[in-house]
Design a protein around this ligand. Structure first.
Ligand SMILES: Cc1cc2nc3c(=O)[nH]c(=O)nc-3n(C[C@H](O)[C@H](O)[C@H](O)COP(=O)(O)O)c2cc1C
Length: 280
């Protein structure tokens, strides 16, 4: 295996950072790996806000669900879709421009931004840094826009906390390759095969039955599948003497009744930020 493959096979998110700064020249060479990433039409419709200021990092921690590693990381990178720069370019050159009103462009620029972020993530690993994405920027779009003076058309996508790891981060188990890779056409696994893959990944991990978990699962199941699902879920918990991983993930962690709420609000936030990708 070459060094790049080894790096990619062994990577893991890092949430414990040493109290050590990242030299500017190292940061810049890592950032350059992002700038070199592929983008649709080579348009590079993203911007990256580098946050080193402690007060700003503390505020980010607060805004992003009190994830303490954000404050402790020497550098946080806020990745944003940026159609503002392209709009200005078009205006300067008397060219027509509507990318910030296009779902197609949004779809591609979201990918462009994440691909850039992931190049940076890998580059950071390659120089002995560690990093973790923070997706909870989703909860504070407006605050981030005003905190970092983002013009209309510049919209936060994800944060990456970067720093030197305190210790080697533990690798998380993943699905075996043949679960997620399909040659030529989608190969739908049978229940037994899928169960085996899930067992390989989660090793039968379960969660303690507590009153709070049961009450939450009752609420979520009722909202999604009515009394029938409540009955089935409770019977399963009774039978297993535990809350299983799927119940935990979709009923408690990403509670199914809550994750579907707020879509109109998210679209309104995009609009507020200058991305009018959905028409009324
Ligand atoms: C888009 C995205 C958002 C994420 N948001 C968070 C987050 O808010 N907090 C966190 O601790 N980890 C976050 N993560 C990291 C995941 O939890 C992590 O990638 C996953 O558990 C797999 O672990 P691994 O990266 O070590 O393989 C996020 C990852 C991605 C790709």
């Amino acid at each position: 295996m070459n060094d790049t493959l080894r790096l990619l096979h062994e990577r893991a998110s890092c949430r414990a950072f040493a109290d050590r700064d990242i030299p500017q020249n190292i940061l810049e060479s890592v950032l350059e790996a992002g700038v070199r990433a592929p983008t649709g039409g080579n348009l590079q419709p993203y911007s990256i806000i580098v946050v080193r200021d402690q007060a700003a990092k503390d505020r980010l921690t607060e805004l992003c669900g009190n994830q303490r590693f954000i404050s402790r990381a020497p550098v946080n990178l806020l990745f944003c879709i940026d159609w503002y720069r392209s709009r200005r370019w078009a205006a300067m050159e008397d060219a027509p421009f509507a990318a910030d009103h296009s779902f197609r462009h949004f779809w591609i620029s979201f990918q462009d931004t994440i691909i850039c972020a992931q190049n940076i993530c890998t580059a950071a690993d390659s120089v002995g840094l560690g990093s973790v994405y923070v997706g909870t920027v989703l909860e504070c779009f407006s605050e981030l826009r005003s905190m970092f003076d983002l013009p209309l058309g510049v919209f936060p996508v994800v944060l990456l906390s970067v720093g030197y790891p305190l210790s080697k981060p533990k690798r998380r188990a993943k699905f075996p390759q043949d679960t997620v890779v399909h040659y030529e056409s989608y190969d739908d696994p049978g229940d037994d095969e899928l169960r085996k893959a899930l067992e390989a990944k989660y090793q039968g991990k379960t969660f303690e039955v507590t009153e709070e978990r049961v009450q939450t699962l009752r609420r979520v199941c009722r909202a999604i599948g009515g009394d029938e699902l409540v009955g089935a879920c409770m019977a399963r918990i009774e039978r297993d003497g535990a809350v299983n991983m799927a119940q935990y993930r979709f009923g408690l962690h990403y509670a199914a009744d809550r994750v579907c709420r707020g879509n109109p609000e998210f679209i309104a936030k995009l609009r507020e930020g200058g991305l009018e990708i959905v028409e009324d």
